[in-house]
Structure formats: C-alpha cells, structure tokens
Design a protein around this ligand. Structure first.
Ligand code: LLP
Length: 448
C-alpha cells in the first residue's frame, strides 16, 4: 500500500477546518474506512488526516501504528506533525482575520519536546517557558530569546539569571518577592504582571488558577502596589497577564477575563493565558479556535495587542499513545482488565484529574466488549480507562489511546523504574524518532 495515497489534505486546508471547529471531520470522507472511524466516533479526537488503512489499522500521519509498534516498540507517543502545524496556523489565522495586534504563544509545558519547539518557532509562534529546563529546550529548539516568556510562581535565582543571560524577552512577574529579586538581577528587564482576577472556570480544581485562593499571581487588590513596585525596581512593565485555568469549554469566563484585565488600566499588551479545552472523547464538544478568538478579541479595545498562550489545544489531539496488550483478566460478573505495557508513568492524567480517554485495538476498531484498560504499575489506581468498548482484546494486540499529545510526555515519570517512551513524529507516511526511548542504562546514569 502506498502511504502517500492517504488522501491527506494540505495543512492550510486542515488549518481552515480547525479554525472553524470542524475538527478532522470536514465534509469529505478520508477514505472508504471513514465510516468506521465515524462509527467509533473518534474523528474529532484523533490527529487530523488519521484513517484506517486497507488492513483496518489506524494510520497517523500516514504511518500504520501497528507497524510503528513493531519497529519502535511500545509504549510510544506518536504525533502527526502536520496536525501540530495546522493547529498553529489555525490560531494565527483566526486572530489575523480579526486584528493585526496579536501574538500566539505556545505554552510549552503541554509538550516540552525540542522538535515541537522547533516546529512552533517555524510556524511563527512565540513561546511560554515555565522553568529553566523549558527555557533550555526552547533555546535548543531554535526559539529566538526575545520571543520567550518566562513564567512561574517561584522562579529560582538561578532560573532568573539564566533567563537574563540568555536575553529572554519577557518575564511574567508573579510575586512581590520576585519584584525584589528582579530589581537586583535584571534592572530594565521587560516584564508583565501576572494577575489573579478572581474568576473560577468550570474545570478540574487542580487546574483552575484564576480564583482568589491561588498560589499564582497578584490578587486584584495587590495589583496597584505591584505596579508601583515594578516601576520603583526599574523594570519595564509592558502589560498584564492572567491564566485562569486549563481544559476550559466556557467562553464566557474568558470574555469576563478580557473585560477585567482591560478594566485595570491602559496597557498596550494583555496576555489572556491559555486554557481552551480539547475533545478527549467523541461526546466532548469544545469551542472552535475561531469562537475562542472571537470571545477574547470582542472584549478588548482596538489599540490593545492581545496575547494568548495555548498549550493543550495546539498539541493534545495531535498525539496518540500506542501500547501492547499483555494480559487480559476476565472476572465474571465484575469486569475485564486489559493490561498494557505502560500506565500512570506515561499518562498521569486519569489518576490526577480523573481524566476520561477512549481506546481502540489499533487494527480492529469498533468492538463492543466492555473492558477496563489497566497499566502495569503496582497500584490498583493505575487505571488508564474504566469501561471502554474494545474488539476482543488479546495479548499482543496494539492498543491506541488518542488525545495524549498534551501533558502525557511532559508529566511522564519513572515509577517502578519504567523507562519513559519515545516520541515519534509521523508525516506523509514517514516516521522519525524525535525523543528516543529511555534505556535501563539511563536509569543508572545519574548514580553518583
Ligand atoms: N499559560 C500558563 C501561565 C499556564 O500555566 C498554562 C497551563 C497555559 C498557559 C496553557 O494552558 P492550556 O492551553 O494547555 O490549557 N497538567 C494539566 C494541565 C496544567 C496546565 C498548567 N498551566 C493537565 O494535564 O490537564
């Protein structure tokens, strides 16, 4: 089979579909198996251009994921490179259609991968780094330092020094203690002020940040003193920043945020953070990038430059994780556990946020056997998905979980000394490893 005959659409066309919120399901069927994909309801959840090939196996970026599993092993994070590019373009186009005063900043905590930084820089985005480590990766990925925004509620002196030495464009100041630190370390530095606007979005409490009771930023009452502090410290304050939370579907809270920040004074720049939610399951209906841009921009006067900082919505649906089924344990009348060769070490989100995912056997979509997908770690809570329908899962099957492109790799860990999975980029039927799999030797590498 010729993978290039995948009917993949050009990236700009994909960007247009995304901008307007049609996901991957735009009017044209991708191939004759498109009906089955739709049946499984996963078109809007899988990377753009995904399809089932003649063997019935899932292809991501034109690559058959069962072949990737054979060649590279499992678990593995598999991304469709064009999907990431299309989402970056969809953001730029949605804003450009409404204003020329905007900046799209990739919140790189979602997928701090050198190759992803490189791609975002190439697509003309700026970048949010939340630590010295992310700064290091962003620079390795080719970001110009002046396009970087350094965040964090407790940046260390070493991190601030590193940022200043490397010429980071903007530091987002988070506390009075940090104002003091910057006065010593970075006089004249361009900064923005992180404001906690007292807005609580409807999302998991662990990822809500805009409420008054938050470790982040300056509460509204403290903002005037913080502004005076920045001026006295000789910092160049260019605007206000707020990020109220993540995986948000309600646009009204983001509109309110724009109004609150705009009401705080005449600033040329307002950074309204990230937070646009994505679809993890077929039932999820997030707003489109177009609706999001409209909501933010409609509440801000013409002369103001609006910055937004998406993470999840740029990379979340671009990636899937592939695993191999190792054991199937049926407990009659209770449940069937399908155990895979990863789990809470490569995806913490189900355990941390009770996040819901879908799964399929990679070359037998559309089954009806009710299963629970368990990881391989020694905790009962190591469950990736409770109650998902699979087609007669058996040891050796490749299982795919979509929408793991954001906060999967970035929150991966070595629990039970499991080596972390590789990251594989796929495009036009060609796969390249952009982060290799960890080895057992990597596990002893830091022994002193
Ligand atoms: N800007 C700031 C200052 C942030 O703290 C974040 C995310 C973003 C932008 C990007 O938000 P996004 O567009 O990705 O929603 N580990 C959690 C998500 C934590 C988000 C932390 N900050 C998860 O897996 O759901």
């Amino acid at each position: 089979m010729n993978p290039r005959a995948s009917g993949a659409r050009p990236i700009d066309e994909k960007a247009a579909l995304l901008r307007e919120g049609q996901g991957a399901s735009g009017a044209r069927p991708i191939n004759d198996r498109a009906a089955l994909l739709r049946y499984a309801g996963l078109e809007q959840v899988l990377p753009l251009g995904s399809r089932l090939n003649a063997r019935g196996a899932l292809e991501v970026g034109g690559c058959d994921v069962t072949e990737l599993a054979r060649e590279h092993g499992t678990p593995a994070y598999v991304y469709a490179e064009d999907d990431i590019r299309a989402r970056a373009r969809a953001y730029r186009e949605a804003f450009a259609a409404r204003t020329n005063r905007f900046e799209i900043i990739y919140a790189s905590k979602a997928a701090p991968i050198t190759a992803v930084y490189r791609l975002m820089a190439d697509e003309g985005l700026s970048c949010d780094v939340a630590s010295g480590g992310e700064l290091h990766l962003a620079l390795a990925g080719g970001f110009a330092p002046d396009r970087l925004y350094l965040h964090g509620n407790n940046k260390t002196e070493a991190e601030l020094r590193y940022a200043v030495e490397r010429g980071v464009g903007t530091i987002v100041v988070d506390s009075f203690d940090e104002v003091e630190r910057l006065r010593r370390l970075a006089p004249g530095q361009r900064v923005m002020l992180r404001v906690t606007p007292g807005i609580k979005p409807d999302t998991h409490e662990k990822i809500a940040t805009g409420q008054e009771d938050s470790k982040f930023g300056f509460g509204l009452d403290d903002v005037p003193r913080a502004i005076a502090g920045c001026e006295a410290a000789g910092l160049e304050l260019c605007g206000l920043h707020a990020h109220i939370g993540s995986q948000i579907y309600e646009l009204s809270v983001l509109e309110r945020l724009a109004e609150v920040l705009d009401g705080m004074g005449d600033y040329p720049l307002l950074n309204l953070g990230g937070g646009l939610g994505i679809a993890y399951t077929p039932e999820d209906r997030p707003p489109s990038v177009d609706e999001y841009a409209e909501a933010l921009l409609s509440r801000v006067p013409d002369g103001v430059t609006v910055l937004c900082e998406p993470g999840r919505s740029l990379v979340g649906n671009a990636g899937v994780t592939i695993y191999t089924v190792g054991t199937v344990k049926a407990i009659p009348g209770v449940r069937t556990y399908v155990a895979v060769d990863g789990g809470m070490s490569d995806n913490l989100r189900p355990m941390l946020y009770a996040a819901r995912y879908e799964a399929q056997i990679a070359d037998r979509f559309g089954g009806s056997d009710l299963c629970t997908v368990a990881g391989m770690h020694c905790e009962s809570g190591d469950i990736l998905i409770r109650d998902v329908e699979l087609d007669d899962p058996r040891p050796g099957d490749v299982l795919v979980i979509p929408a793991t492109g954001a906060y999967g790799h970035s929150m991966a860990n070595n629990y039970n000394a499991i080596p972390r999975p590789p990251v594989i980029f796929c495009r036009d039927g060609a796969a390249r490893v952009v982060v290799r799999r960890e080895t057992y030797d990597d596990l002893t590498l830091r022994d002193a």
